[in-house]
Design a binder for this molecule. Structure first.
Ligand SMILES: [Zn+2]
Length: 201
């Protein structure tokens, strides 16, 4: 269908509060094209050093040997990875955005986590030491920063907390958070430009 009424002018800058609302709303509907998105979960990073990973396979593919990426797990060389949500508080709100990251676990912890996820009771494992396996920001971010995977009940995607104080996101994650505008800048850096074009419309 022709978009006869699409606005071509660059819209004026959004207020911090409106940007925060759009970033954290569940099912935000774009004003220009009716696309519905959950911007808080829109950034899904790839494992560092893996420029073009294939599309994720079903989780059972992790049983195979060799490099593989599935919806929740990945193997890259000897590294065993779990997909996790890295929460960042949005300043001035009670909400967060959640970057989709990869965390590297020891062989034993990876096996324990996977079987507990299968039972739906991984939360009983408590925090698991894990290395952040994504570069944030894209060009300058450190890799293999220390942190923890915090399993969640019911088989849900676990949460990741950075514990290395030298990581550029440590302070934001632990207390202050980032402003909505700072999160937009981070999203840009991480390549989520498609989401941002809807959010700013
Ligand atoms: Zn749109």
């Amino acid at each position: 269908m022709l978009k006869l009424f699409r606005r071509t002018k660059r819209p004026k800058a959004l207020s911090e509060a409106e940007l925060a609302r759009r970033l954290t709303a569940s099912g935000y509907r774009c004003a220009c094209c009716d696309e519905v998105l959950d911007a808080a979960y829109a950034v899904r990073l790839r494992p560092f050093g893996w420029a073009h990973p294939p599309a994720p396979e079903p989780d059972s593919a992790i049983e195979r040997m060799g490099d593989v990426i599935t919806e929740r797990y990945a193997r890259r060389g000897r590294d065993l990875l779990v997909r996790a949500h890295l929460p960042i508080p949005v300043k001035g709100t009670d909400d967060h955005v959640f970057l989709g990251v990869w965390a590297s676990l020891s062989t034993g912890d990876f096996a324990r986590f996977r079987s507990a996820q299968g039972r739906g009771d991984a939360d009983r494992l408590g925090d698991i030491l894990a290395w952040l396996y994504c570069r944030i920001p894209t060009a300058s971010g450190p890799v293999l920063s220390k942190g923890v995977v915090v399993p969640v009940a019911g088989g849900a995607v676990p949460v990741y907390w950075i514990t290395d104080e030298k990581h550029p996101l440590f302070a934001a994650q632990q207390d202050g958070g980032l402003s909505a505008q700072e999160i937009v800048t981070l999203y840009e850096d991480l390549g989520a430009t498609d989401v941002l074009s809807h959010l700013r419309a």
